[in-house]
Design a protein around this ligand. Structure first.
Ligand SMILES: NC(=O)c1ccc[n+]([C@@H]2O[C@H](COP(=O)([O-])OP(=O)(O)OC[C@H]3O[C@@H](n4cnc5c(N)ncnc54)[C@H](OP(=O)(O)O)[C@@H]3O)[C@@H](O)[C@H]2O)c1
Length: 303
């Protein structure tokens, strides 16, 4: 069975499964799905300055009855206006979240701070020291992005939140090695891509046969999505997912009680994942498309 939390390099720990308010819920009504996620048993919530869902997360958490210390809240910085510091941005996020501190504060992507990461990371370290966040980390960072600031960092990033599933394994081999070497915990988004956005690939028959074997062993229904989550957790990678449906949320959380994949099944999934050439020109090309989409929606809304 999977651990329900993972340790981070700064002595804190992070719940293994998180509920995201970006992607599908971004700029929509995230309050009701988030309340449902809370009721279902999620305690780890992921938002970002860019998602415009921090205030909705606050509304969902208000009067939820779960003590603050039992909740785990992540937000991210993507934009600093002229003259604004990381602390200013975090204070604005905290005010929207109606919290005194977050558990994890991430630099959303290197593209927002190109050539400025040394200075931005110093400011990230300062907000951690001041107690405005328990942990600091990054998202969508490749090795060259770490190299820009890591040698001068006094606090290492605790996590790197990236798109992670078997179809990125080939491309991410050296990033995984680098993260291990520096004790940076990987946190995933898009784990379900092989069945939601990229079905029909070499993983399909493998996921189906592992699912059938697990159903027989466990004696309960198992989905391909649960197999992907389990694969991720067994690699020590935190899963951040989302859903608009209560049944799906329960299905996600049940993964923590599901029996483990065997070493052979893990290896079979790795091998099938590596077979697919996704043809991405860049590792985080999809993130860049996503930022363009957010910006164009905002421009249209203003115009
Ligand atoms: N740091 C970053 O740059 C970044 C980028 C992207 C995302 N994120 C974070 O990660 C969170 C999750 O991201 P994600 O959406 O990529 O996660 P995901 O876990 O890959 O996908 C979740 C989505 O898949 C749908 N789904 C689940 N099972 C399905 C099935 N069997 N068939 C069809 N659809 C199915 C769910 O829709 P239903 O409502 O139908 O269940 C939900 O919208 C986001 O909310 C955000 O917080 C971070």
């Amino acid at each position: 069975m999977s651990t329900s939390s993972f340790s981070l390099n700064d002595g804190t720990s992070i719940p293994a499964l998180g509920f995201g308010t970006g992607t599908a819920l971004m700029k929509q009504d995230a309050v009701d799905p988030t309340k449902t996620a809370l009721r279902t048993g999620f305690t780890h919530f992921d938002t970002a300055q860019m998602y415009r869902t921090e205030d909705q997360l606050a509304a969902a958490l208000a009067d939820c009855g779960v003590p603050r210390e039992k909740l785990y809240v992540t937000t991210k910085v993507a934009e600093l206006k002229e003259g604004e510091t990381v602390k200013d941005a975090l204070q604005e996020s905290l005010s929207k979240l109606k919290l005194d501190y977050v558990d994890l504060y991430l630099v959303h992507a290197p593209m927002h701070f190109s050539g400025r990461m040394k200075e931005v990371w110093k400011e990230m370290e300062a907000v951690k020291r001041e107690g405005l966040t328990r942990s600091i980390g990054v998202s969508n960072f490749e090795i060259q992005d770490f190299e820009e600031f890591l040698s001068e960092a006094t606090i290492k990033p605790a996590v790197n939140q990236i798109e992670f599933h078997p179809y990125v394994l080939g491309a991410f081999e050296s990033l995984l090695e680098y993260s291990n070497k520096h004790g940076i915990r990987l946190e995933s988004y898009g784990v379900l891509a092989p069945i939601t956005r990229e079905p029909g690939g070499p993983l399909d028959p493998v996921l189906s046969s592992v699912r059938t074997r697990l159903e027989q062993t466990w004696g309960k229904p198992v989905t391909e999505g649960q197999v992907l989550f389990k694969w991720c957790l067994q690699k020590g990678v935190v899963v951040v997912t989302t859903s608009s449906k209560e049944d799906r949320m329960k299905e996600y959380l049940a993964v923590l009680d599901m029996p483990d994949l065997t070493p052979e099944e893990m290896a079979e999934i790795d091998a099938a994942g590596r077979k697919k050439d996704r043809g991405d020109p860049e590792l985080f090309g999809r993130y860049k498309q996503y930022v363009q989409l957010v910006r164009s929606r905002e421009t249209n809304a203003q115009g």
